[in-house]
Design a protein around this ligand. Structure first.
Ligand code: FES
Ligand code: FES
Length: 134
């Protein structure tokens, strides 16, 4: 499956030095934006993907007001989804290994799904028949 064990060392490294923090231009037709909130703690996460003409995720950026765990798992997630197809990326499971009730590490998983949905609905709304059905 797509689930791989994340070591604590890996997560700490992402916490100390988050990768792919930032934004992509939200109005670009090849960019999908996911914005999700964590009901338990009220934190917010924005995650964006850029998709190339082959349906592969070529770039990922995120921003969050979440805690350190949310930052680490999102950063780790951005590295994992780069180079994957939308289908593969949508199957990635919770990247953290915390069993706490706030589900911080679920934010990244929700956000990537939301970004994929946004990208797909953008493509579906496009009127140019050549680009449609991508
Ligand atoms: Fe809110 Fe972790 S406490 S994301
Ligand atoms: Fe937030 Fe575990 S670190 S619930």
């Amino acid at each position: 499956t797509n689930v791989s064990r994340v070591t604590l060392k890996t997560l700490i490294s992402h916490y100390e030095k988050p990768r792919n923090v930032g934004s992509l231009p939200k109005n670009d037709v090849d960019v999908g934006t996911g914005l999700v909130g964590a009901p338990a703690c009220g934190d917010v996460m924005k995650l964006q993907i850029r998709v190339d003409e082959n349906g592969i995720i070529s770039d990922v950026k995120f921003k969050t007001f979440g805690c350190g765990s949310a930052i680490a798992s999102s950063s780790y997630m951005t590295e994992r989804v780069k180079g994957l197809s939308l289908e593969e990326a949508g199957k990635i499971k919770n990247t953290g290994n915390c069993t706490g009730t706030l589900h911080c590490s679920m934010l990244a998983e929700d956000a990537i799904r939301s970004a994929i949905r946004d990208y797909k609905s953008k493509r579906n709304n496009m009127t140019n028949p050549k680009q449609k059905g991508f």
